[in-house]
Design a protein. Structure first.
Length: 551
């Protein structure tokens, strides 16, 4: 339940901190005094979007902080799921910075707004007269029935299996689409794979083949130039080797003169030996340079196939082509492997389908058993608030698909008067009737749900004093099971609270500020008397106020 609310620099509030108690709390105040500001602050703690215009002082940050005692509500699993430290007093904080940036924290742990909304929904419900559209929401109607039927654990089991079912269906859809895409590409992929396999890329040495091609393609050119080279080296008259012999003979004569001259002689001997060896090697190479048009054709064809594959696949190396070949081969294997995955997914779906049907049937059975209980309680409460002839009918239809809350589709039908036929609630109930029906439903949910706090925002607008008195009794009865706040303009309801708080505006020479105080004793009597008679409080109004408080 909400134990402390602190507000700083928000709308008309400079700084406010108020402690709240359990039971039934009343909040009153003149129109425009700031009751909506309180709700706006609580809305920020529920994860609603922040507005920079809410800052009273645009140069300072706004801080809203709420303390919730959650010890009795078994919410550890929710905190754990959101990765937030669990404390029996949970501290929610929202900050709006002058830059417009908003931050949220729970127990000093930063939290995003989606998670804040999920967590706060388990702690507090703010209900206004304008929110009766929820009654027309089929999922909300089922939620009411499930609360009365105590379907929480069964619904949890159903939703866990539904999550697995949807995951399996998604996987099956993905596998089926992959297989369809692969089959569509299979012929072309097989053609590409066969083409790459035919090229025998694993044994292809691009550098070697290109070298062999150049040699075979230039046989006559090479033979001609090798011949010139051999002649230049070995010719008896003009060859380099013959000339070197003369040089060697000359240097041999001077070698004995000094070490330096001997070194020159040794070098020319080495050069002569090297050139003789080179000449012999060139002659050997010339013998091996043989024209082979057939081999040239084979190498050329292999290289041209390789070059065309490079161009087709837009790569430059054999390794890259081999990688593409492996990928195509894997795809062919994947296509067959997908059949196994599809079969496995179908088995899982069939098994989960049986479980969902079984659990869904149990949910449906328990819901239908809970309907008479819910109808009886609704009728009893509505008879107290001026709707003695209200009756309800719930029509169940089996859903064609699995919904998040089961296999049921429900229509809530309503009749306000005897002799009138049933119609859809949203079409036949007036605004005032919807407000009272919603109050009745909230009262019933208070007995079955684990919600700590509910705030009614002027849900009693437009009802008579007698009906208001009954509505007050209903809300007071709800406070036996949860913390209840009622923002009201009606003294009949205000007098029934265990605590009474007043919102008022205070103005000085420079600014207007909203404040919130707890009323006790005579202050509370005067507030209720003023609600009865207006600003000029009469003696009879004071007497009436005391009578209302003593009821």
């Amino acid at each position: 339940m909400l134990t402390v609310l602190s507000i700083k620099n928000f709308a008309l509030i400079d700084a406010l901190e108020i402690e709240f108690k359990d039971g039934f709390s009343i909040i009153t105040g003149e129109t425009g005094a700031g009751k909506s500001i309180l709700l706006g602050a609580l809305g920020l703690l529920q994860g609603k979007r922040a507005d920079l215009g809410s800052l009273k002082n645009k140069e300072e940050k706004c801080v809203i902080e709420g303390h919730f005692n959650v010890e009795a509500y078994h919410l550890q699993h929710l905190f754990q799921a959101l990765d937030i430290d669990y404390e029996t007093i949970a501290i929610f904080r929202r900050e709006i910075l002058p830059s417009g940036k908003s931050r949220a924290f729970v127990n000093d742990t930063p939290i995003n707004l989606t998670d804040l909304q999920e967590l706060s929904s388990a702690l507090i419900d703010i209900h206004s007269q304008h929110q009766t559209h929820e009654l027309s929401d089929e999922s909300y109607q089922i939620q009411i029935i499930d609360a009365v039927a105590d379907n929480f654990s069964l619904l949890e089991k159903y939703q866990k299996n539904l999550k697995d079912y949807k995951k399996a269906v998604s996987s099956l859809r993905e596998y089926t689409q992959q297989r369809a895409d692969l089959i569509k590409e299979q012929d072309y992929n097989n053609f590409l794979l066969e083409e790459l396999e035919t090229a025998e890329l694993a044994t292809l040495d691009q550098e070697y083949l290109e070298g062999e091609y150049e040699k075979l393609n230039n046989v006559e050119f090479v033979r001609e130039n090798f011949g010139y080279a051999i002649n230049g080296l070995s010719d008896d008259q003009m060859g380099v080797i013959a000339s070197l012999k003369e040089v060697r003979n000359s240097l041999q004569k001077t070698a004995s003169v000094s070490k330096e001259y001997e070194e020159l002689y040794n070098r020319i001997v080495s050069a002569e030996i090297e050139l003789s060896d080179l000449s012999g090697e060139i002659e050997n190479q010339l013998d091996r340079v043989v024209s082979d048009p057939e081999q040239l054709h084979v190498i050329n064809e292999r290289l041209q196939l390789f070059y065309s594959l490079q161009k087709k696949h837009q790569v430059s190396t054999v390794a890259e082509l081999l990688a593409i070949e492996k990928e195509l081969s894997d795809k062919a294997f994947l296509a067959s492997g997908l059949d196994d995955k599809i079969a496995a997914a179908e088995v899982v779906i069939a098994q989960l389908d049986v479980v969902l049907q079984e659990v869904g049937e149990k949910l449906s059975t328990k819901r239908q058993k809970a309907i008479p209980v819910l109808q009886k309680q609704l009728v009893e409460i509505l008879s107290l608030v001026g709707m003695p002839n209200a009756t309800f009918s719930f029509e169940f239809v089996r859903a064609k698909t699995y919904h998040t809350n089961g296999i049921d589709e429900i229509q809530l039908l309503f009749s306000a008067n005897k002799g009138m036929s049933f119609g859809l609630l949203k079409k036949v109930a007036s605004g005032g009737e919807l407000s009272r029906i919603m109050l009745a439903i909230k009262a019933i949910l208070a007995r079955y749900s684990n919600l700590p706090t509910i705030i009614f925002d002027e849900i009693d607008t437009g009802v008579s004093g007698e009906v208001a008195d009954k509505m007050g009794e209903i809300m007071k009865d709800m406070s036996k099971y949860m913390q209840v706040f009622a923002i009201t303009h009606l003294p009949q309801i205000a007098a029934k609270g265990n605590q009474h708080y007043k919102v008022y505006k205070y103005s000085d020479a420079t600014t207007t500020t909203s404040k919130l105080i707890e009323l006790n004793g005579e202050d509370r009597v005067k507030e209720i008397a003023q609600m009865l008679s207006g600003k000029d409080i009469t003696e009879s109004a004071l007497v009436h106020a005391k009578e209302l408080l003593e009821k």
